[in-house]
Design a protein around this ligand. Structure first.
Ligand SMILES: CC(C)(COP(=O)(O)OP(=O)(O)OC[C@H]1O[C@@H](n2cnc3c(N)ncnc32)[C@H](O)[C@@H]1OP(=O)(O)O)[C@@H](O)C(=O)NCCC(=O)NCCS
Length: 221
């Protein structure tokens, strides 16, 4: 459900100065900072490790994404082919991390390293962007790992990191109308539900309302 990222133009605002000038040149305007490369970030909680998914996770991701709830409530391709999982791990995730626009992490059990789910911040922008520093949270969890508080633990850690390290001023939560599990989770983590946007999206060929909420600095997390 992530929206398109607003890219950071990595502009060089000052060229070579002419050394014959006697009048001091004005200081170069700072311009927007380059987007931060997020490759290699690892987050840990009591029970979990969050890190970029690797090639060994491709079969499990392919299998987990056959789950009807993931197909119903997220925007993963449907049908979800092995190639989708491979492209996700090998292309999409590394590209988003390197560009600093999408910080997507596999959620692993700290003991044993089993893949439990996926969570990420999408469409990350910085303070120079038109709407400032913000991102959209996303997540899915394997059916075998649900209702054990893992997702809340992972999303909380991710959001804390996003607020503290990326300086986000708003993390947005968006779900299709009726996704009660996602809504419960968002509220448990600390998001404030802001309302319903009617007919906001088309999902699997059907127009649907969406729920929207947010987490901002200072919210209990
Ligand atoms: C939504 C989802 C990630 C929740 O994962 P989870 O691991 O079960 O969540 P947690 O165990 O951390 O539970 C967090 C809270 O949500 C509640 N919750 C989880 N599933 C629920 C459900 N089906 N109905 C009602 N509440 C639910 C839990 O009870 C818990 O609240 P509590 O501690 O007050 O009891 C999981 O159901 C899923 O992957 N769904 C399909 C993909 C999806 O919908 N992604 C989100 C798209 S916006």
């Amino acid at each position: 459900m992530a929206e398109t990222a607003e890219r950071h133009p990595n502009t060089d605002t000052h060229g070579d100065r002419d050394t014959r000038d006697t009048v001091p040149a004005p200081p170069p305007s700072p311009g927007p900072p380059p987007a931060r490369d997020l490759t290699g970030i690892v987050l840990s909680t009591g029970r979990l490790v969050l890190a970029a998914p690797g090639a060994a996770d491709i079969p499990a991701i392919h299998e987990i994404c056959q789950d009807p709830d993931i197909q119903a409530w997220t925007m993963v391709p449907s049908p979800y082919e092995y190639e989708h999982a491979r492209h996700f791990v090998e292309q999409s995730v590394p590209a988003g991390l390197a560009a600093g626009t999408d910080a997507v992490f596999a959620v692993y059990s700290a003991v044993g390293g089993r893949l439990l789910g996926m969570t990420g911040l999408h469409g990350i922008t910085g303070p120079e962007a038109r709407h400032g520093a913000r991102a959209e949270v996303g997540y899915w969890t394997a059916p075998y790992a649900r209702r054990q508080g893992y997702t809340a633990e992972a999303v909380r850690a991710l959001c804390r990191w996003g607020l503290a390290e990326l300086g986000l001023q708003r993390i947005e939560w968006i779900a299709f109308d009726g996704n009660d599990a996602s809504r419960h989770l968002a509220v448990k983590v600390g998001f404030t539900i802001e309302g319903t946007l009617r007919n906001r999206m088309v999902h699997r060929g059907r127009r649907t309302d969406i729920w929207i909420g947010s987490l901002i600095p200072g919210d209990p997390l």
